[in-house]
Design a protein around this ligand. Structure first.
Ligand code: NAP
Length: 281
């Protein structure tokens, strides 16, 4: 394939669902830059070899998505403090022929809430539903804004407990079935489970007693309005969807590769929304 100027990619398996090419091509066009961004599908048994040859691949950098974020971190000669704390990377670039890595999911999560719900980080208790890879980034972000406690509720308790031992206090681990006892005391509710995605059953919470000034945010963005957000809104909570997290997490990589810090604007949001609506999940 002929590449048009400096080219970055998103690496995943599968990767056809990724909106990253749409996001980065929007910015390349907007800022009139020479370059391209493509999706590259790499199977799990090829990822280590792919990353070992990355410096000679012709790509200037990459985003990394499921299931390769751990492999991307391991392949890096140098990692940012956030990627090191999480042991996973989603953004790679080359410096002196070596892979450097960052994890921008924390930034994306925080920037989305900073933009859509200014003052959201007044502290107190936060509840995180889910204990997968994305929960790890969200917990790190919440600790950085001094939420205490951060209650991690997961269907599989052992995974929540593993996060509690990784991060230490202020994490409290409990089973998802205990949610009702924590809901009245929390200021922030974050769904990081994949429940609620277009092809998955919804995450249903008993919102009884939730503080009226609390905020609920879902990092799932297909669909944009999940049942989790709709039901939280029905109980009077302010809600923030997960699309902004996806858009903001992309910005630091674009700046590294193409030299311009891009702005997450409404036209970009509308372009990705149109794709989500037209294509579904
Ligand atoms: P993951 O590592 O596979 O974790 C999935 C989590 O969802 C686990 O905690 C799992 O619980 C829970 N879960 C799955 N089905 C459930 C159900 N029916 N009921 C209750 N809990 C259920 O996935 P991930 O990487 O953390 O990603 C999670 C979601 O975040 C995905 O939808 C992903 O697209 C989204 N995401 C969005 C952004 C963004 O930029 N907006 C960024 C990253 C991820 P168990 O441990 O019990 O299996």
């Amino acid at each position: 394939m002929t590449r048009m100027g400096p080219t970055a990619c998103v690496i995943g398996w599968p990767v056809g669902h990724s909106r990253s090419p749409l996001i980065h091509r929007y910015w390349l066009e907007k800022y009139g830059l020479d370059g391209d961004y493509v999706a590259t599908q790499v199977p799990p048994d090829r990822i280590d070899a792919f990353l070992a040859g990355f410096a000679a691949s012709g790509f200037i950098g990459a985003n990394v998505t499921i299931p390769h974020k751990e492999a991307a971190f391991r392949a890096a000669a140098k990692a940012s403090p956030v990627a090191t704390a999480l042991q996973v990377a989603n953004t790679l670039w080359l410096a002196d022929g070596a892979i450097h890595a960052d994890n921008t999911d924390c930034h994306g999560f925080l920037a989305n809430l900073d933009e859509r719900a200014p003052g959201w980080d007044s502290g107190g208790a936060a509840i995180v539903f889910g204990a997968g890879g994305a929960a790890r980034a969200v917990i790190h972000a919440l600790i950085s804004r001094r939420f205490d406690p951060v209650i991690v509720l997961n269907r599989t308790l052992a995974r929540a407990e593993a996060l509690a031992s990784h991060f230490g206090p202020p994490i409290v681990a409990a089973p998802l079935t205990d949610a009702a006892q924590f809901v009245p005391d929390a200021n922030l509710f974050v769904n990081t489970t994949s429940a609620g995605m277009a092809d998955a059953p919804p995450l249903t919470i008993d919102w009884h007693g939730a503080p009226g000034d609390a905020i609920a945010t879902d990092i799932v963005y297909t669909p944009l309005q999940t049942a989790f957000l709709r039901e939280a809104a029905d109980h009077g909570l302010k809600t923030v969807d997960g699309l902004g997290m996806l858009l903001h997490q992309a910005a630091p990589g674009f700046e590294r590769w193409f030299g311009v810090r891009p702005v997450v604007d409404e036209a970009l949001r509308q372009r990705i929304l149109a794709d989500i609506t037209g294509r579904g999940a």
